[in-house]
Design a protein around this ligand. Structure first.
Ligand SMILES: Nc1ncnc2c1ncn2[C@@H]1O[C@H](COP(=O)(O)OP(=O)(O)O)[C@@H](O)[C@H]1O
Ligand SMILES: [Mg+2]
Length: 257
């Protein structure tokens, strides 16, 4: 039984990768979780997860001629299965984005929760596929009213492919007291709840510099606590693994978003 989420945003740098790893680790307390760096052009999950020296990554799986089995790019780390992506521009250019469908289909057979760390913009095939493939999208947004319109575009795009909204995560919140209006509007316009408002603090950056996940480096930091609470707000709605895998394999890849 599996449910797939795309951790997405309108803009870069909102904290998608940080959130993917933190939500993944928190959800791993109860579920079998796999996280995938599907941001294949700007991959950075490998640095957050301490996997920068690994040999095989998602890029290899996305190139037919390399003929690498999926399990070679799956690493058991931090209580999760982690599929990192490499950072070579040449590999990104040789990768065939469509192959993500088969990769995700195979991963779906062996896990309960799949989190796809997704690219920011919606401008290309590789950028939109994670959102098309996922059951639900989790927008990670800056805590401002303008950021809501980015999130709504992601939601609109997702819903045009039958992908629902799992909930919105606000990250790098400076003043909790100013969040009321933002949260009110979010609950009015989004199809999912506000899962959490994660404060800005020094721990995520320090953890990233140490090559460790936030939840193991500084589990009691304000951001780690907020991500953990956000994960507990998310109810997993598992679909039958075989049916989900079949859906991934046959997903129509949009030519243009
Ligand atoms: N709650 C937070 N407080 C402070 N810094 C944060 C927080 N969340 C993420 N960051 C930092 O912001 C930067 C971008 O985060 P990242 O997760 O890589 O974003 P994205 O994947 O959306 O591009 C990183 O340096 C990260 O350490
Ligand atoms: Mg990222």
């Amino acid at each position: 039984m599996v449910e797939a989420f795309a951790v997405a945003s309108g803009k870069g740098g909102t904290g998608k990768t940080t959130a993917t790893l933190a939500l993944g680790m928190a959800l791993a307390e109860e579920h079998d979780v796999t996280i995938v760096d599907a941001d294949t052009g700007m991959a950075n999950l490998l640095f957050h997860a301490g996997l920068e020296d690994v040999e095989t990554t998602l890029h290899d799986l996305l190139m037919a001629e390399r003929d690498v089995p999926v399990e070679k790019a799956v690493y058991d780390r931090h209580g999760l299965s982690v599929v990192p992506c490499g950072t070579s521009l040449a590999d990104f250019e040789s990768a065939e984005p469509e192959r993500l469908r088969e990769v995700v289909a195979i991963l779906a057979e062996n896990t309960d929760v799949l989190l796809l760390d997704s690219p920011a913009a919606l401008g290309s095939k590789s950028a939109v596929l994670p959102i098309v493939l996922a059951d639900r999208v989790l927008p990670v947004l800056a805590p401002t009213i303008p950021a809501l319109s980015d999130g709504l575009k992601v939601q609109e795009y997702a819903s045009s492919y039958g992908t629902g909204t799992g909930g919105v995560l606000f990250n790098k919140v400076r003043e909790e007291s100013r969040m009321d209006t933002v949260v009110d509007r979010t609950e009015r316009y989004f199809d999912g709840p506000v899962l959490g408002t994660v404060p800005e603090c020094s721990a995520p950056h320090q953890a990233r510099a140490a090559g460790k996940p936030l939840l193991s480096y500084a589990p009691s930091s304000p951001a780690a606590v907020a991500f953990t609470e956000a994960a507990s707000e998310l109810t997993i709605e598992s679909g039958d693994s075989a049916a989900v895998a079949e859906r991934f394999k046959s997903a129509v890849v949009p030519d243009r978003p």
